[in-house]
Design a binder for this molecule. Structure first.
Ligand code: SDX
Length: 391
């Protein structure tokens, strides 16, 4: 059909999902959660306070936050069968993202009779269960990959400190949380909590629109996030930096490979579907990278390499013409590595960060009385009608 504008086709209406949760201005590099600028939240708030804000639309009162925190602390335990048998069924070489997505699906089998998307009590309870148990599954995936025994969650600790202890504590000694690591991880998780209609959030909304429960929708979102062009980029950046270092060819040679599109190589951690300016999250991460590595007493030559790569790329017309700037994934991996996380856990950390946003969008979707099953429009460009030979 000619003469129709995309608006008449409805592409804009169909493609443009309405939401009250997050605002991004890609040209100005603006990111706000429910109207609050991301730098304010990353500096002054906490992961759970921002989670409440994203889900319910307003900052919680002190009592609301205390009750939310307490509920989550008292839902961290996994069913003993799940803890003891699910993980042993998987090879120790399993990628933690695969363990996480399948672990969330396995989790759902314990709550099938309490997962009606139209029952507000079920929805609220399963948000608490996922916020509480997903980090535990993540930590157990890490422990399994390093061959160490699982710890039970410690309800006396905050969300982030409990997660750090589950990852780095061992049964044979007390674990003291490093406050620098704790604050740095809290800030990084806040930066990842939502980002409007990115691929994994759109996946959660699409799956949720079919009537699938939160567990199924979140598991689908984890799979989408694992792709190297999306959440998997933070792992791919560290692999890229290590390859540049090992090649001995230097940054300039690598940048030429990217510009010549040799072997389809990309500058991972650069570019964005929306930000055609500096990703405001990357600015905050870069600022804290120096601070965190210094406070942890870690000097990582890969951070110097990343800075050199950024400087060269930002001055190069190839990247300027394509408006390619560092995104949230460019520096996060260097900090996660300094904290002691294996590279294959980086995208799992992204998933923990993004979980509140996924839950907020899933809930928002179900609040729209006209919720329809998501079905992106298609423009058919295939063969016109034709007859089958002899038909
Ligand atoms: C995340 O959507 C979100 O909000 C996602 C996210 C979130 O919080 O949820 O922000 C998280 O996913 C961040 C992005 C992480 N991915 C990476 O860092 C992987 C590397 N980046 C690229 O794959 C790419 O930049 C994308 C996919 C992220 C965005 O692609 P665009 O902006 O749509 O660009 P494009 O694919 O249309 O390419 C335009 C041009 C092309 O060159 P030409 O064909 O014009 O010659 O830019 C080039 C591309 O080849 N290009 C790159 C590049 N990204 C784009 N060239 C080299 N390195 C890159 N990283």
């Amino acid at each position: 059909q000619t003469g129709f504008t995309t608006l008449d086709y409805g592409f804009v209406n169909t493609a443009a999902t309405k939401s009250d949760i997050t605002y991004i201005d890609g040209d100005k590099g603006i990111l706000r959660y429910r109207g609050y600028p991301i730098d304010h939240l990353a500096t002054h708030s906490s992961y759970l306070e921002v989670a409440w804000l994203l889900i319910y639309g307003e900052l919680p009162t002190a009592d609301q936050l205390a009750e939310f925190d307490d509920k989550i602390r008292h839902h961290t335990l996994l069913h003993e069968d799940l803890k003891d048998r699910f993980f042993t069924a998987l090879p120790h070489t399993a990628h933690p993202m695969a363990v996480l997505s399948s672990g969330v699906s396995a989790l759902s089998t314990y709550y099938e009779n309490e997962s009606d998307p139209n029952n507000p009590e079920h929805v609220e309870l399963n948000m608490i269960r996922l916020l509480a148990k997903l980090p535990v599954i993540a930590a157990y995936a890490h422990k399994k990959s390093v061959g160490q025994a699982f710890l039970y969650p410690d309800n006396s600790l905050s969300f982030v400190d409990n997660f750090l202890k589950l990852n780095f504590g061992v049964r044979s000694e007390d674990y003291q949380v490093d406050p620098v690591m704790s604050r740095a991880l809290e800030r990084l998780l806040i930066l990842h909590e939502d980002h409007e209609q990115n691929a994994s959030t759109s996946t959660v909304r699409l799956v949720g629109s079919t009537g699938a429960d939160q567990f199924a929708s979140i598991s689908a979102g984890i799979h989408a996030l694992s792709g190297p062009l999306h959440g998997g980029a933070n792992e791919a950046v560290l692999t890229m930096l290590a390859q540049i270092q090992e090649s001995g060819g230097g940054v300039k040679r690598f940048v030429e490979k990217v510009k010549n599109k040799e072997d389809g190589v990309k500058l991972m951690g650069f570019g964005h579907r929306v930000y055609k300016n500096y990703d405001p999250r990357a600015t905050i991460v870069k600022q804290s990278a120096d601070e965190v590595l210094e406070q942890l007493g870690v000097h990582d030559p890969l951070l110097d390499l990343a800075k050199e790569l950024e400087t060269i790329a930002l001055e190069d017309d190839y990247f300027k013409e394509r408006r390619l700037y560092p995104n949230v994934d460019f520096y996060t991996g260097v900090i996660y590595k300094a904290m002691g996380f294996p590279t294959r856990m980086f995208t799992v950390l992204f998933a923990i960060g993004r979980l509140p946003g996924w839950l907020a969008h899933w809930r928002e979707l179900h609040q729209d009385p006209k919720t329809k099953i998501g079905r992106p429009q298609q423009l058919y460009t295939g063969s016109p009608e034709r007859s089958y030979p002899g038909a």
